[in-house]
Unconditional design. Structure first.
Length: 451
C-alpha cells in the first residue's frame, strides 16, 4: 500500500468499515418483495441515508422510484466553482440462492481466509462503503475538493429500471461532470482496472406453431411437422459449427484492443469441465467483450418426466442476445427477430416478441477523468498501471446517464473481481481491494479537481 497520508487514513478506518459493512450486509435487501420483506430494503436505505447525513451531506432523500423501490440521494457541497462528481452504488442484492451451499450465513458478514463473506459484500454494499471511506479520507486530509453527489440504487439486480426512469423525469438531479460507477471490478485482485465497455442485451420470445393440436407420433410422425423440431432448427441456426454467434446482418468478428484474458484462466474462472471446448473464435476477450453472444435462456416444451409419444403442435423459447459496443440494441433486436423468422423451417408459423433491452456502452478513455484515475490507481497499487477491460454484462443506468449528460465522463470501478463470486453462493469481498480502491477513489477526486 502507498505511504500516502490518504492511504494511512483509509487503513486506520478499515475496522470501522468492516463494522459498517457487517450492519449493511445484515439487511436482506433483495428487491423482490414477493420473496423478501420490503422492510429489509427500506432498512438498508435508511442506514445509507443516515450515513450520508452523518458525513455532512445535504438534501439527503429516499427517492421513491417508479418500480416501487427506493434509491438514496445526497449532495456534499465542495469549494465554489469546483467540478461535480456523481458516485454510484446499489444496496439491493441477489437472493442468496441455496442457503445450504453457504459455508457461513449469507447475511452475516464473516471473515475467513483473509476475505469477508456475505451476500452483497462485493456487489454492491461494499461499493457504498468504498465511497464513504474515500470521502472520509479526503475530509481528514484537507477536505473534499469537488462537489459530490451520491446515488445508491435499490433495484439494480432486478433490472426493473426504477432509477433510470426517475433520472429521466428529474434530469437535473444526477447531473455531474464525471460519474464513478462503483459496480464493476478489477480484472484480477490486485490489478487496478477500469471497465470501459459494456455489452448491451436484448431478449426475444419466439413461438413456433405447426398443428392445430398434438398428434400421435406413431400415426402421424414422419410427415406431420413437429413444432419443437422446427424451433430447435431455428435456434441451432444462431450458432456456427464452432459455437460462434451467427445472426444474419450482425458482424461476428470485432476485435478487443486492451487487456487480454488468458484462455486457461478463463476455463478456470468459468469452471469449464475437463475435455469440453470453449466456443467461438478469436481471443477470449474478443468473444466476451467485443462480439455478440446468443444464449437460449429457456424452452417451453414437455418435460421428460410424463412425456407422451406426441408430435408437438407448438413450442417456444426465450433467447438472449448480448450486443457489443458500437451496435444499436434496437437494430440488433430486429436482426435477431428477422433471423429467427427466416430460419424457421417447413413454413412453420413463427412469431417473435421483444421482452427486454439495454444498450451497450463505451467510455471515452481519452478524457481527463481517465488520466486522473490512472494516476490515482498507480499510487494506490504501487508498481501496477491501470488496465482497461470490458464487461460482458449490462448496466442500463450507464446508458441513461450517458444520454442525459452527454458531456459527462463515466468510469466503472469496483470490488467484483473474479474471486468475489458475485451472484453465486459464498460471495465475498477482499478487504485489501476495498482499502486500495477507496484510496484510489479519494486520490482520483483530488487529481480530478486539480486537473
Amino acid at each position: 500500500m502507498s505511504s500516502h497520508p490518504v492511504a494511512a487514513t483509509v487503513a486506520s478506518l478499515m475496522p470501522r468499515a468492516k463494522a459498517e459493512l457487517t450492519e449493511l450486509v445484515a439487511f436482506k435487501s433483495v428487491a423482490d418483495f414477493g420473496q423478501f420483506p420490503r422492510g429489509e430494503s427500506e432498512g438498508a436505505a435508511r442506514w445509507i441515508a443516515d450515513a450520508l447525513t452523518a458525513e455532512g451531506f445535504e438534501d439527503v432523500a429516499l427517492l421513491d422510484t417508479p418500480d416501487g423501490t427506493q434509491s438514496v440521494y445526497g449532495y456534499l457541497p465542495g469549494p465554489e466553482g469546483a467540478k461535480t462528481v456523481l458516485l454510484y452504488a446499489h444496496y439491493d442484492v441477489q437472493p442468496p440462492l441455496d442457503e445450504a451451499g453457504w459455508t457461513t450465513p449469507p447475511f452475516e458478514l464473516t471473515e475467513r481466509d483473509g476475505r469477508w463473506y456475505g451476500r452483497g459484500a462485493a456487489d454492491c454494499k461494499g461499493g457504498v462503503i468504498m465511497h464513504l471511506l474515500a470521502l472520509r479520507a479526503l475530509k481528514a486530509n484537507g477536505g473534499v475538493p469537488v462537489h459530490v453527489k451520491v446515488i445508491v440504487e435499490g433495484s439494480e439486480e432486478q433490472g426493473t429500471g426504477g432509477l433510470e426512469r426517475y433520472a429521466e423525469e428529474h434530469p437535473e438531479l444526477l447531473a455531474a461532470d464525471t460519474v464513478v460507477i462503483g459496480d464493476a471490478g478489477n480484472f484480477r485482485a490486485g490489478l487496478p482496472t477500469v471497465t470501459t465497455t459494456l455489452r448491451g442485451m436484448t431478449t426475444v420470445r419466439v413461438q413456433v406453431d405447426t398443428l392445430a393440436g398434438n398428434l400421435h407420433s406413431g400415426q402421424f410422425g414422419g410427415a406431420a411437422p413437429d413444432a419443437l423440431a422446427a424451433l430447435i432448427r431455428a435456434l441451432d441456426s444462431l450458432r456456427a459449427e464452432d459455437g460462434s454467434t451467427t445472426v444474419d446482418g450482425l458482424a461476428p468478428d470485432a476485435a478487443w484492443e486492451g487487456l487480454q484474458y488468458d484462455e486457461e484462466q478463463f476455463r478456470q474462472d468459468a469452471k469449464v469441465l475437463d475435455g469440453v471446448e470453449l466456443i467461438g473464435s478469436g481471443t477470449v476477450a474478443d468473444r466476451i467483450w467485443a462480439r455478440p453472444a446468443v444464449t437460449v435462456l429457456g424452452i417451453d416444451c414437455p418435460p421428460v418426466v410424463g412425456a407422451t409419444p406426441s408430435v408437438q403442435a407448438s413450442a417456444r423459447a426465450l433467447v438472449s442476445l448480448r450486443v457489443p459496443p458500437g451496435v444499436d440494441a434496437a437494430e440488433a433486436t430486429k436482426l435477431l427477430q428477422a433471423h429467427l423468422e427466416t430460419h424457421t423451417p417447413w413454413g412453420a408459423r413463427v412469431s417473435t416478441e421483444q421482452t427486454g433491452q439495454g444498450q451497450p456502452f463505451r467510455a471515452d478513455t481519452g478524457s481527463p477523468a481517465y488520466q486522473a484515475m490512472a494516476d490515482a490507481m498507480a499510487a494506490a497499487y504501487p508498481g501496477r498501471q491501470m488496465q482497461y477491460a470490458g464487461q460482458g454484462g449490462s448496466i442500463p443506468l450507464c446508458n441513461t446517464l450517458a444520454a442525459l449528460y452527454p458531456n459527462a465522463e463515466i468510469l466503472l470501478i469496483g470490488l467484483s473481481e473474479p474471486e468475489a463470486q458475485i451472484h453465486a453462493v459464498n460471495e465475498s469481498v477482499s478487504p485489501d481491494e476495498l482499502e486500495r480502491l477507496s484510496v484510489a477513489e479519494a486520490l482520483f477526486l483530488r487529481n480530478y479537481a486539480a486537473g
